[in-house]
Write a protein of this length. Structure first.
Length: 285
């Protein structure tokens, strides 16, 4: 087991041997210092962007697609860490119900689209049909072809109606994905991230690669292009994706100016009920 673990580490090390932006070649301490500074700056900019979206009444949709364990969730988590959930929402749909399976394919996603002044981040999206549904046989050939033909038109109509659509594909190497899967298997707190479907996706790596290539061929359009994120280095992927997203929507700083906290109201005969009449959470810590 120890030998296998060492081999996996070596695989990951080789996969990360290429340069990944400003953090390339730095030791862990130096890398973390830059990362923490940049992530804080970008998160502050995200707050400015969301306020601009609200102020201008923009409708923004961002799609996050890619390989399992590519780090999509980690990017979404950092993007929304300081934002207002009433403005920036996450849409992570589960398996369609029997009723939803009878609907127009895009219908259940339409329900999550933003109104004016909102941004929706899709943690996987309608592109499930071009990926997992195609590879695992969850849709017919006819349904698959209909999707490839209809999707560019659907996205074109979204954009024409005033929606800003941004699409990201997170690319990760075979070796890095395997190492991350092994890490999840060992960690009980993260094991929930691995489903039987994820393991099947791992086994069908080449089938997914072919499906992704066909998807890009049909849906990487001038109006709605795919932006590929090199996700072999998680921290670099987070910074690069966040910086790119911020560059896609021109915005100005319209955040609230400094507010003054008013003085507290004076007590005029108010008596607080006895504390022993209330049920306090046990002070274990």
């Amino acid at each position: 087991m120890g030998g296998k673990k060492k081999q996996l580490k070596e695989k990951m090390k080789k996969a990360l041997s290429k340069k990944f932006g400003k953090l390339a070649g730095l030791d862990k301490k130096a890398k973390n210092k830059i990362y923490n500074k940049e992530i804080e700056r970008l998160q502050t900019e995200m707050v400015k962007l969301e306020e601009w979206v609200k102020f201008k009444g923009l409708k923004v949709v961002v799609l996050f697609e890619g390989r399992d364990a590519a780090g999509k969730g980690g990017v979404i988590k950092r993007l929304t860490m300081r934002t207002n959930p009433r403005i920036v929402r996450i849409a992570a749909l589960g398996t369609p119900t029997e009723r939803e399976k009878t609907q127009w394919y895009f219908q259940r996603y339409v329900a999550y689209l933003p109104a004016a002044g909102e941004m929706v981040l899709f943690d996987r999206s309608w592109y499930n049909r071009a990926g997992v549904e195609r590879v695992m046989g969850f849709c017919t050939d006819a349904e698959y072809q209909d999707f490839l033909n209809m999707c560019p038109q659907f996205e074109k109509e979204l954009i024409r109606s005033g929606t800003i659509l941004i699409k990201y594909w997170f690319s990760v190497s075979d070796a890095v994905q395997e190492a991350r899967f092994q890490e999840r298997l060992k960690d009980p707190a993260r094991r929930w991230k691995l489903s039987p479907m994820d393991l099947q996706a791992r086994a069908r790596w080449v089938d997914y690669s072919k499906a992704k290539d066909v998807m890009f061929e049909h849906t990487d359009t001038k109006e709605s292009p795919w932006h590929v994120v090199d996700a072999n280095d998680k921290k670099c992927a987070r910074l690069n994706c966040m910086a790119h997203l911020l560059s896609q929507i021109p915005y100005k700083d319209v955040t609230q100016k400094k507010l003054a906290i008013p003085k507290r109201q004076k007590d005029k005969g108010y008596k607080r009920p006895p504390l022993n009449k209330q049920r306090f959470v046990p002070a274990i810590y």
